[in-house]
Design a protein around this ligand. Structure first.
Ligand code: SIN
Length: 279
């Protein structure tokens, strides 16, 4: 356990990413000191986990606002009353789940969201874990030659594969995204190597869901470099795996980590409540 904290306990889950936070009820009005320590733990560990929480949606949003403005997800904004909260639901028979491939959330946004806070309402007895990977390490473990090649490059990020009528995702799963004719693709170029605005550390910023190609190159020309990075960026030693229980929370820094929801135990149900923090 890390003894530098006064308001919370912080127990790392692996040497590269992830720590479990204890000593707080996230639903309470937390002191500025406790929030500052939670933020520090997030910067230090990239994803932090809380167990045995009771987080009604109003308290979930109140906790989220202590870290910034709530991000409205453009593709889950489907006319519901509360567009600040997204429910990620899997039901038996779904052949796909939201987030099942490695990604940073909504990386086609400029700026990308700071992070996300995911709360488990219903989870299977086994399966349905989430895996996270540290993108500082993904960058730092590249050769100096590869770092030099990547340094000036920008990558094009788009939501064309995950929303809109052409994406064909709604037929496979309970969690629905916008697929109406008025939907428009969001596209942004981001540096392949970004500098984290709070820690000042460099990290890789590409992912196989939102990144389409390198700027100024075709998809075929970009593929050898991007495919290499997509394999490299989730080496086991960069990761941790979180097994959910009802009442668990994962809070990740979306700028310097990637994650995926494991789509196993397909006959089970899983119901998650998520907010995101604007970048
Ligand atoms: C996500 O990609 O934001 C969802 C992760 C999960 O459901 O485990």
């Amino acid at each position: 356990m890390d003894s530098n904290y006064k308001h919370i306990t912080v127990t790392p889950l692996s040497s590269s990413i992830g720590a479990e936070i204890g000593g707080v009820n996230v639903a309470d009005e937390l002191s500025d000191g406790a929030i500052a320590e939670i933020r520090q733990a997030l910067l230090d560990h990239l994803v932090i986990f809380f167990r045995d929480q009771d987080l009604p949606v109003d308290r979930h949003k109140a906790f989220t606002r202590r870290f910034g403005k709530i991000f409205i997800h453009p593709n889950y904004d489907v006319g519901q009353e509360d567009n600040e909260t997204v429910y990620l639901i899997r039901r038996p028979g779904d052949t796909s789940v939201a987030g099942e491939k490695w990604h940073a959330d909504t990386s086609m946004m400029n700026p990308p969201p700071l992070g996300a806070i995911l709360y488990a309402i219903e989870v299977p007895d086994y399966g349905g874990d989430t895996v996270f990977a540290n993108q500082y390490l993904a960058y730092e473990t590249l050769s100096e030659g590869m770092k030099t090649v990547l340094e000036p490059l920008q990558a094009i990020h788009s939501d064309i594969r995950v929303a809109g009528p052409q994406s064909n995702v709604n037929a496979k799963r309970t969690s629905q995204v916008r697929d109406d004719a008025d939907w428009r693709e969001t596209v942004t170029a981001h540096p392949v190597v970004r500098t984290h605005p709070e820690t000042g550390r460099k990290h890789l910023f590409v992912n196989p869901v939102y990144t389409l190609r390198l700027d100024g190159m075709t998809e075929a020309e970009s593929a050898p470099i991007l495919d290499y990075l997509y394999e490299h960026q989730h080496r086991p030693e960069f990761t941790c795996r979180f097994s959910w229980r009802p009442g668990s929370i994962a809070f990740w820094d979306n700028r310097c980590s990637i994650h995926l929801a494991i789509h196993d135990n397909p006959d089970s149900s899983r119901h998650m409540q998520r907010t995101q923090i604007a970048g």
